[in-house]
Design a protein around this ligand. Structure first.
Ligand code: SF4
Ligand code: SF4
Length: 392
């Protein structure tokens, strides 16, 4: 067995590249029905752009058969980390394929650098604590606007995309939490670190995780809610994986909505008379196994007609934004969303909805870019448009 640097976060999963993958190619299409499922392989149509090829690259660079050259940048970084390959592969390492790709990226960053522009995810954070390079919002003004306390049981962790690009999701979530009487507040957040982990750029990850945990503890909170699938996966799984287990209860906003519905603390009153199709965010679906909860909520909204796209749940086609693809390969990211919007059109829906601000960003950008007439709305934005009764 080749010696792997002990200091690499992904050391354990890199070892799997040597004895698990049998190169059967099952990861290339959705298991059993053979639909297209890997955006990267379908775009580049070359072995190195599928999961199986990336595993071969790991093996090659570690045992010395493959030299580190810039030619490896695209095969390593042109992957949305959507995890469709994990659901199709039937081998014992299936659940770890995306972690293996992220670990390969960790190695690549040290040896050849990352894809174009992905370094800005880190440099912008170093300047202003968010990957968009916007002046840091310490959320003090928002706390005043919504009359939020300094200490509370819950923290609403807004996340950078909702706080700087999709403010309507942020504001809809804030209004929902206020309306339902949840004891919550906000903190001065740093990026959750998802964009850095996905692109293998780990230099500030540990510091940011510790900072966010400290802020949440200082606010006296034991529960955290977020409306972002990326933040949710990172807070739930990656904090622990990186040795920063927070011990907070982490909720995606849809889990809180469902809990309040089940406990009969809220009920939907007015109608939303539209045909809607749900796009499963990769970081909520394949990475966290949440498929039915959002659908159960949409079905309880009076008047809403929920229809399914051909590829749904664990075989949903990715929106194209994740894994650093939106910043590293922006044109291709839009092409992936275009394919999703065309699939959504076939359902007869006029609204495509999701539970992730990053999905909303890319699907909206594609609908404008390709002139595909579609309303793209988050669950929290739809809930903001209907009357909700709060029952004590
Ligand atoms: S990653 Fe899994 S599905 Fe893909 S070639 Fe290897 S063993 Fe087969
Ligand atoms: S994570 Fe998604 S894009 Fe990357 S290899 Fe797997 S299926 Fe393809």
């Amino acid at each position: 067995m080749v010696e792997i640097d002990e200091n690499l976060i992904g050391k354990d999963v890199l070892e799997m590249a040597f004895d698990r993958c049998i190169k059967c190619s099952t990861c290339k299409y959705s298991y059993k029905d053979f639909e297209k499922s890997c955006p990267s392989g379908e775009k580049f149509l070359f072995e190195s752009y599928w999961a199986s090829g990336r595993i071969r690259i790991i093996r090659g660079v570690l045992n010395g058969d493959l030299e580190w050259t810039k030619d490896l940048i695209d095969p390593i970084f042109a992957c949305t980390t959507c995890g469709a390959c994990m659901d199709s592969c039937q081998a014992p390492h299936a659940d770890y394929i995306v972690e293996m790709i992220e670990a390969l990226r960790e190695l690549a960053v040290k040896n050849i650098g990352s894809a174009e522009n992905q370094k800005f995810l880190v440099t912008r954070c170093e300047e202003s604590c968010n990957p968009y390079g916007e002046p840091n919002s310490d959320n003090v003004e928002l706390k005043k606007e919504y009359t939020l306390p300094d200490k509370a049981e819950w923290i609403y962790f807004i996340g950078c995309t909702s706080n700087y690009r999709q403010k309507s999701i942020r504001d809809s979530t804030l209004r929902f939490l206020k309306k339902t009487g949840i004891d919550f507040t906000l903190i001065d957040e740093h990026c959750c670190t998802s964009p850095m982990i996905r692109t293998g750029q780990l230099s500030i990850v540990d510091e940011y995780m510790k900072y966010n945990i400290e802020q949440i503890k200082n606010a006296g909170a034991t529960k955290v809610i977020t409306s972002c699938a990326g933040c949710y996966k990172t807070l739930t799984k990656d904090f622990e994986r990186f040795g920063n287990d927070s011990e907070f209860e982490i909720y995606h906003s849809l889990e809180l909505v469902k809990k309040l519905l089940d406990e009969k603390k809220i009920e939907f009153k007015s109608e939303y008379n539209k045909t809607v199709t749900y796009h499963d965010p990769c970081h909520l679906g394949r990475h966290m196994g949440i498929y039915e909860l959002p659908r159960e909520i949409y079905r309880q909204i009076p008047g809403l007609n929920l229809v399914e796209m051909k590829r749904n749940r664990n075989f949903a086609w990715c929106c194209g934004a994740g894994g650093g693809v939106k910043i590293g390969y922006p044109d291709w990211a839009l092409e992936i969303s275009k394919e999703r919007l065309e699939e959504a059109k076939e359902t007869g829906a006029t609204v495509i909805t999701s539970t992730c601000p990053f999905c909303k960003t890319n699907l909206s950008d594609a609908s404008v870019h390709y002139n595909i007439d579609f309303q793209v709305l988050d669950l929290m934005e739809i809930l903001d448009q209907i009357d909700i009764n709060v029952l004590s």
